[in-house]
Design a protein around this ligand. Sequence first.
Ligand SMILES: [Zn+2]
Length: 420
Amino acid sequence: METLTGMGPHLQINLERLKSTLLELSRIGFNDDDNGVYRVGFSEADMDARRWLMGLLEAEGFRPTMDGAGNVYGRLGASDLPSVTVGSHLDTVPAGGMFDGALGVVSALEVLRTCRDHGLEPRWPLELLATSEEEGRYGGMLGAQAIAGGLTPGVILGMHDADGNRLSDAMTAAGLEPLGALEARRLPQSMRAFLELHIEQGPVLERLGKTIGVVDGISGVFKWIVRLIGKADHAGTAPMNMRSDAFMGLADFAHEIPRIIDEDGTDRSRLTVGKVELKPGSPHTIPGEALFTLVGRDSDENVMQELCNSCRKSLSAIARRHNLRFEYEQISWLAPMKCDPDLVESLERQAAALGLSFVRMPSGAGHDTQFLSEITRAGLLFVPSVGGVSHSPDEWTHWSDIESGANLLLNAAVTLATEG
Ligand SMILES: [Zn+2]
């Protein structure tokens, strides 16, 4: 197996088998009305998919287990040695596509199957992981956070979705004891590495004409709720120069965003105003208040800080100019994560050895990998999303790209499971 990274024969996954398993999974939670997949975390369809996967693992001798957070595991090799773990999430957004998360889980199964077919007995066991509630109905990456040991009873019991439904009720209905998620924690010494194959969910690989993205880090994210407060007045009687129009402040800030990124950001920076509410919200009344979200991202935490400072200064200046008051609240701050540099280089070497075109890139979206990286060396691979589309029934990735990605995943996992 030592020759796998060099000129030796490479292992090959069985694309037809991968394809039929992935298509079978895409029927679980499939909605005929909009052609979307509905496997929202801990829903009936989500749990059906977990039981379906465990049935497959059992039938093929991969010893399935489910932990207290609903994560499903399968294993090839010894039970008592640290694993090389491969996987992704099984849940989807409402009306999601058939590749997001599912591709990484089914590819992990294909890694186990291919090794079994070749009678490989790697030094370290290969483990499949299908995580739970990654998409964030209740907050996101619950299964991965549980594995990393990042949950507390207060967090678990306090989580609820946008409609006020509690995570603990959903877990109970799914047959799980909510605080059992605390028992899902894995110790660093129980895992040698984690690898995830995922669709890019963006347009970069397709535009560059590359097959593989080797992710070197996941962007950090901050979220603000901003409030610009002016004065609601009659839209007819208040002269233009005597207004405190909160919308004008918001509009000015929107125009400042490209400058802020040019001056204080990087090509990996993003600033987005995604949700806006004007009050009182009447066509004939000057908006007395503009309430909006501001989400910023970068792969460097210092740059994130700079972006925050710059947004604050800009909003203060705009508020003065329009005679407004400016308030904001930071709702969340998620630090950026760097993938293990040696693992990134090794994935690039193996992509080259397999003759695949690849590029090193950041991930602008969060993934399970970022929490797994807290306990082990973690690597993330992307394959192209057609048109950059994701979280939609129109999500598509070409089978040839899936084959390339799964082959890279397989050879990388076997190399890690073979090394001393
Ligand atoms: Zn995903």
